[in-house]
Design a protein around this ligand. Structure first.
Ligand SMILES: Nc1ncnc2c1ncn2[C@@H]1O[C@H](COP(=O)(O)OP(=O)(O)O)[C@@H](O)[C@H]1O
Ligand SMILES: [Mg+2]
Length: 157
């Protein structure tokens, strides 16, 4: 078992994707995942703030028989533990964007125990891509890129 996100993200089967149109649908999806848990499991939820990760965790909690009103939004506590059909460990790592910081947390204590660990990896990181369509757009992108290169690293964050 590893808590290295790169290893956690290793694909060993086909991905399944759903599109939800409400918090209730995301909750229901999480509930099905929680009900499907049959033993040790580690899941990484990756998405920006507001993506619905905590909503999904509340659903997983319900599927594991944890009273859902117990499941909190991020606080200063890094790891929440809940008693359900299987123990549920909810690690809120939304403040940690660096893999090294995640590796130094001692998460193995949870991920190696026979429960369900859900790791919430969020943050304020966004990927912004400019796709020029045509020569004038390409020139615009080149000018913008040149301007960004002159800014301080914090200005580019
Ligand atoms: N399809 C959806 N799935 C989940 N949440 C949704 C959806 N549509 C709107 N929302 C709203 O988005 C917010 C998601 O919040 P939250 O679960 O705390 O996100 P995160 O933990 O990823 O920051 C909630 O206010 C929820 O009501
Ligand atoms: Mg959250």
């Amino acid at each position: 078992m590893t808590t290295n996100p790169a290893r956690l993200a290793e694909k060993v089967g086909p991905a399944v994707a759903w599109e939800t149109t409400s918090a209730a649908e995301t909750h229901a999806l999480g509930k099905a995942v929680g009900e499907a848990c049959a033993g040790h499991a580690v899941m990484a939820l990756v998405g920006p703030r507001g993506a619905g990760k905590t909503c999904l965790v509340r659903g997983i909690a319900e599927g594991l028989g944890v009273p859902t009103d117990l499941v909190a939004s991020p606080t200063f506590v890094l790891i929440h533990e809940y008693a359900g059909r299987l123990p549920l460990y909810h690690a809120d790592l939304y403040r940690l964007e660096e893999q090294d910081a995640v590796n130094g947390l001692g998460l193995e204590e949870y991920t190696e125990s026979p429960g369900v660990t859900v790791i919430d990896l969020g943050g304020d990181r966004r990927r912004v891509a400019l796709h020029p369509r045509g020569a004038r757009s390409a020139e615009l992108v080149a000018r913008a890129t040149a301007r960004l290169a002159k800014q301080s690293p914090t200005g580019r964050a």
